[in-house]
Design a protein around this ligand. Structure first.
Ligand SMILES: [Zn+2]
Length: 91
């Protein structure tokens, strides 16, 4: 589980995601399957909020070591989009 603090910490992962352009499938809000289109490898990314803090995890090797990988960065950007849409509908 990685605690998401500033966007700066994800910068490298976001840049890598822009290059690799993995596919992010939404299983449900907070649960995503990220596919590397080149290799076909899939990873599960979970995003959750606990006590007002945001956390995310990825099942890849880097994610297992607590590093912000590009799968996580890709899924987090989708998650934040969904969260913003939910918040906008929740007036
Ligand atoms: Zn990963």
């Amino acid at each position: 589980m990685i605690k998401l603090t500033t966007a700066a910490k994800l910068t490298n992962a976001i840049n890598k995601a822009r290059t690799v352009k993995p596919r992010v499938a939404i299983n449900k809000f907070g649960s995503y399957t990220v596919t590397n289109k080149a290799t076909g490898a899939t990873y599960a990314v979970e995003c959750q909020k606990r006590e007002g803090k945001r956390f995310a995890s990825c099942t890849c090797k880097a994610g297992g070591r607590g590093q912000a990988c590009y799968h996580l960065a890709s899924a987090v950007s989708v998650h934040m989009q969904l969260a913003a849409e939910r918040a906008a509908l929740n007036f």
